[in-house]
Design a protein around this ligand. Structure first.
Ligand code: G6P
Length: 591
């Protein structure tokens, strides 16, 4: 699961309102069911949980009214077990003296469950998580020692996980293996959370747990151990408060707010500390073999970075999807640099790719938005795009931020071969956004209701065709396909008829003539054509004008804007909540 977890121990305040507030702030990570457990004054753990988003479950179960100074909370994005009230977290053990919230996957939960059932444990859910609660119960009953119970439990678990367990004696115990877990520390409370956003409204002091760390938190403080039981200290880091600024402002949704933030985020991405960007650039310049990897939108940035890198540095860059990485390891050696790109810095496939590459001798660079993320910490050098929190599940500002930063790195190494000028790009994006009403009209008035949208582009426009299609799928649930225009005749042409709508990415660069021919081929089959170009042509049934760019590599930064807007307005037309598309999570921390 890619879920949000939070645990709070407070010496002063009832924790339920803060637990619910934290879950709301982290809802973008997962949101099909929600639950809270608190330790009531009677020393009984009480659990309330149900299907729906945080506000829905809170209004039906009054989560915020639960009593207690210690509690845990969870919002879920299901992987093991359907979306049911029982499968929602927290999961109590048989005696209900321990309850657990968990993010990740316990791969060996079935044999563990069988063994526990044989011992008489009663399971109430179909989740992998519930084995943690029963294992803890088993070991705690034997030793009455939380540390011993935690050590025994983690030694039996296989997979990747972060979990927080609440004990009826008022302690919280948590552990992490390949899933994020961070502890917030304030004067009168401790917070254990999957994301700093879970506590940043209360404290900016954070302790990042390392992989294979266990923390036991009680009124005396937080005690940290390795999985081998050795006590360790983890320093307290101050986290940027700006991250806490997550509201929609004047906008109806986070997604549209974040689309408009690109006016400035493309600039913010390029402000970097000199010593870091220098080492980053030197590492790329010295590399024999460069592999660029990412998932989803960040993979599209990897495609663009690779094409632009080859052109600017006259050197081979190879884009590899993070989920395919492990099958393509043969060329990786100590002369290899892997550039891993990720908004969250927590995507499991990306983290696993960097781990494998590191083991094969490669150096790791990363571009992230969350500068405290696991990927940032796993890299030799990591640069952050400084976009601020991206809450909408579909990546928007992080994409243009990643491309802007990659371009400024390549410009720095190549002496300006791309010609990325942050102010000029920001101005052009601002102008594109000023035309948002025209895109809204295109969606609501001009466009017929369609089931299939195709996007054609060649060269550097092809990744934008893929990215535009991804936005339409994610946001509006419309089937959309990005096609390399030259491939049309090798198959997709068979799909073109009067029911198809085709976006043609066609500014007047060296792809122009060929892409125009492709447009003619689909027009002849009756498809409706929407041109995205700086030059008009009668063949387009509708046209979205983009500005002329100095270098064709810069077009992706403006072409993507109307496609993001189009997908957003199409989501609204299709009555879909653009911020929280069904079945998707912002941060996919499972493989
Ligand atoms: C999820 C999101 C996508 C995102 C991808 C990679 O699938 O729904 O929008 O592009 O993860 O995320 P990352 O944080 O690694 O960029």
């Amino acid at each position: 699961m890619c879920c949000s977890i939070i645990g709070i121990i407070s010496s002063k305040n009832v924790v339920a309102p803060a637990l619910v507030d934290s879950l709301k702030r982290m809802e973008y990570r997962g949101y099909d069911s929600v639950g809270v457990a608190t330790l009531a004054t009677t020393n009984r753990i009480s659990v309330r949980k149900g299907i729906g988003k945080v506000n829905q479950v809170n209004s039906s179960l009054n989560l915020t009214e639960m009593e207690g100074f210690v509690g845990i909370g969870h919002s879920r994005w299901a992987t093991h077990g359907g979306v049911t009230d029982y499968n929602a977290h927290p999961h109590p053990c048989c005696t209900e003296d321990i309850a657990v919230v968990h993010n990740g996957i316990i791969e060996n939960y079935l044999p563990l469950k069988e063994e526990l059932v044989k011992k008489g444990h009663r399971f109430r859910s179909e989740t992998d998580t519930e084995v943690i609660a029963h294992l803890l119960e088993d070991h705690y009953n034997a030793s009455r020692d939380i540390k011993a119970a935690m050590l025994e439990t983690v030694s039996q678990l296989e997979g990747s996980y972060a979990f927080v367990a609440m004990f009826a004696n008022g302690s919280l115990a948590c552990a992490r293996l390949d899933e994020p877990l961070v502890i917030g520390v304030s004067d009168n409370a401790y917070y254990a959370s999957s994301d700093v956003l879970g506590f940043l409204q209360y404290t900016d002091q954070a302790m990042f747990l390392d992989n294979r760390d266990i923390a036991i938190i009680d009124r005396d403080g937080a005690h940290i151990f390795t999985f081998a039981g050795e006590p360790v200290t983890r320093g307290v880091t101050k986290v940027a408060w700006e991250l806490a600024d997550v509201n929609k402002g004047e906008f109806a949704h986070y997604t549209i707010k974040e689309i408009f933030e690109q006016r400035t985020s493309v600039k913010a991405a390029t402000y970097q500390e000199e010593h870091k960007i220098k080492v980053f650039c030197d590492t790329i310049a010295a590399a024999g073999n460069i592999i660029v990897t990412g998932s989803g939108t960040s993979y599209h940035t990897s495609l663009i970075t690779s094409m632009a890198g080859c052109r600017a540095l006259k050197k081979r860059f190879e884009p590899v999807m993070a989920s395919e990485f492990k099958y393509n390891m043969d060329s990786i050696d100590k002369d290899t640099v892997v550039l891993a790109i990720s908004q969250s810095g927590e995507t499991a496939d990306v983290l696993s790719a960097t781990k494998l590459a590191r083991a094969a001798g490669a150096k790791i660079l990363s571009i992230v938005n969350v500068s405290t993320s696991s990927l940032a910490r796993a890299a030799d050098v990591s640069l952050a795009i400084n976009s601020g929190p991206e809450i909408g599940v579909a990546a928007t500002k992080s994409f243009t931020g990643q491309v802007s930063l990659a371009y400024s790195v390549l410009d720095r190494i190549s002496g300006g071969r791309i010609g990325f000028d942050r102010d000029a790009v920001s101005d052009k994006i601002t102008k594109m956004l000023a035309g948002s009403a025209a895109i809204e009209r295109l969606v609501n008035v001009t466009m017929p209701k369609v089931n299939d949208i195709y996007l054609l582009g060649r060269s550097i426009h092809f990744p934008i065709a893929l990215e535009g299609a991804l936005k339409m799928k994610e946001l509006a649930y419309v089937h959309a396909e990005g096609i390399a225009a030259g491939e049309l005749k090798h198959g997709p042409l068979a799909l073109m008829d009067k029911n198809a709508v085709v976006f043609v990415l066609n500014p007047d660069d060296k792809t122009y003539g060929d892409t125009l021919s492709s447009a003619h081929e689909v027009k002849t089959r009756g498809a409706k054509i929407i041109g995205i170009s700086n030059v008009s042509n009668d063949i387009y049934d509708a046209m979205i004008e983009i500005p002329k760019m100095e270098n064709e590599l810069l077009y992706p930064l403006v072409e993507v804007i109307p496609l993001q807007l189009f997908s957003y307005y199409l989501a609204l037309r299709n009555n879909v909540d653009p911020d929280f598309p069904r079945n998707l999570a912002k941060s996919v921390t499972v493989k």
